[in-house]
Design a protein around this ligand. Sequence first.
Ligand SMILES: NC(=O)c1ccc[n+]([C@@H]2O[C@H](COP(=O)([O-])OP(=O)(O)OC[C@H]3O[C@@H](n4cnc5c(N)ncnc54)[C@H](O)[C@@H]3O)[C@@H](O)[C@H]2O)c1
Length: 253
Amino acid sequence: MTRIILNGCNGKMGQVITRLAADDDECEIVAGFDINDCLPNTYPVFTEPDQCDIEADVIIDFSHPSALDGLLKYAQKKKLPIVVATTGLSGEQKAELSEMSKSIAVFFSANMSVGINLLIELAKKATAVLGDMFDIEIVEQHHNQKLDAPSGTALAIADAIAETREQPSEYVYDRHSVRRKRSKKEIGLHAVRGGTIVGKHNVIFAGQDEIIEISHEAASKEVFAAGSVKAAKFMKGKTSGWYSMTELIGEFI
Ligand SMILES: NC(=O)c1ccc[n+]([C@@H]2O[C@H](COP(=O)([O-])OP(=O)(O)OC[C@H]3O[C@@H](n4cnc5c(N)ncnc54)[C@H](O)[C@@H]3O)[C@@H](O)[C@H]2O)c1
């Protein structure tokens, strides 16, 4: 049984994890932290980490960057592994997380979907095999409320491909302003926005007379919640170090 403290427990993701954990025999949420303690939960909720003296195995954080400092202090004091899913962390905060991983176990992923992270691993493998023979384009689709484009996940896919390639890469975000043929070093990134699409990513490897496509579609936020619970179980008992979905998936491939 993995005992979880859930930071941001009363947010959208926090409540999805609360539902998932209630149906999971291998984990239990023993406490929640949230500055908003208005929702009824089956576990106690604290507005400040320091108020909590409940024994746990791991912390999951889906909250806000402003919560990170206090949460890390708590994790360090209690020597608890922490799974950080909150996005929008500053460079300084990411450096702080990395420094903290010398004394506690830190898991960070800006996309907790196991499927997307597997897609990234597969795209790296495809890049290594296909090299510069294939043109690589990434197409992402999201709902019409999303502000940023391309998505952080599309950029993470592009970064993984660029790191795998032997030649330097150039990211090309749109092609309407320049009339020129595509060069081999390009990675094209394209954003589609509409309706309620939760998130879809396609990586296209286009070669001479053949196309390989790797794609992933999220149907709900549950995939991120499920991935974070998997990560929490994976982190139980770990004492220090930096972990990501690469290590979690690496157990299987
Ligand atoms: N890594 C991933 O795969 C992934 C997936 C979905 C969302 N997220 C990120 O997770 C975070 C939460 O997403 P959400 O959709 O649940 O947002 P949300 O706004 O619905 O919930 C955030 C919760 O955190 C609480 N909170 C805010 N500041 C806090 C603080 N200082 N201390 C404690 N609690 C605090 C809020 O009261 C709220 O209940 C966001 O950063 C989002 O981008 C990451």
